[in-house]
Design a protein around this ligand. Sequence first.
Ligand code: ATP
Ligand code: LTN
Length: 343
Amino acid sequence: MKQRIFSGIQPSGDLHLGNYLGAIKQWVGLQDEYESIFCVVDLHAITVSQDPAVLRRKTLEIAKTYIASGIDPAKASLFVQSHVPEHAELCWLLNTIARNGDLTKMTQFKDKSGFDIEAEGSESVSAQSFKERFNSVGVGLFDYPILMAADILLYDTQVVPVGDDQLQHVELARTLARRFNERFGETFRVPQSRVMEEGARIMGLDDPTRKMSKSAESQYNAIALSDDAETVRRKIKKAVTDSGSEIVYQDDKPALKNLINISTLLSGMPIHDIESKYQGKGYGDFKSDLAETIIAFLTPFQERIASLSDEETLRILREGAERVRPIATAKLNEAKGKMGFLI
Ligand code: ATP
Ligand code: LTN
């Protein structure tokens, strides 16, 4: 029996190389080894405000990206979260066993809300501004990790492949599974997370101390999977570098380390070989080759996306939902039965 994996990406913002290298590329390699379920998590996307037309377009775009990256709908189930309403319902059940303290420590919540409950009482935050900030943060954004726990636990997921920014959320899914099982009897499987080593964290091109992000302010933070050749060349040229001019992979050169990571992951050339290739050369040569490596990856990828019609993509997504829904229904009913609901 193959183990089951589940993962998802939100249809918000433009997907970038970090999403591909830190998440989707790993999934492609896992689909033969595991029974795979990959979701477009549209219910998560609305935790920040979305234009409905854009949400619709992005949902299809993420599904096309999965397929163009090599996820095979014959092997893996691809579906849209809102097509399986059990996700939202289990989220409600889990809300009643989660505690506020489980959520206030989540770094993604702190980042996205700009609100840090642990900062209360510090000199920099007055009681007044603390309260104002708290009152303005959306409830959905706070509850986000519980919905993610529901996604994972509904399918008896054994392994959750994610970038390292999501480890804290998977940890919460584990906590909630255990808490539920202790209270109501063995129901949910406790999942494991799985992070890919080098690709785990691709950093921003404009700031190697922060991860490359869909919601970054500067257009020079990320290479979008939809960027054309000229844009890639311009962004790589502008990417910050460290002091010195040698091409070496070292912790004290975080900007260069990040660029070398991207290069090795896309070209398959070992890091050591990259260092040797640029011995005696400067950042300029390395960067212009890196831009071409990225373009050589993106061009056929974008062609595959363009060849997928909306209708075909929607058909794949509907089939995926039909395939996984019975699993979700059975697990939800099991949980409801244990909690005392009439089934
Ligand atoms: P946002 O910046 O709006 O939070 P995001 O770019 O982090 O969005 P998500 O939808 O939160 O994207 O993440 C999708 C997947 O991509 C997750 O598994 C996440 O861990 C991974 N991921 C996101 N950014 C990076 C990155 N810079 N490096 C590696 N993996 C990443
Ligand atoms: N929170 C995740 C997306 C996500 C997810 C999941 C990942 C939602 N549900 C279940 C793995 C398993 C993110 O922002 N990347």
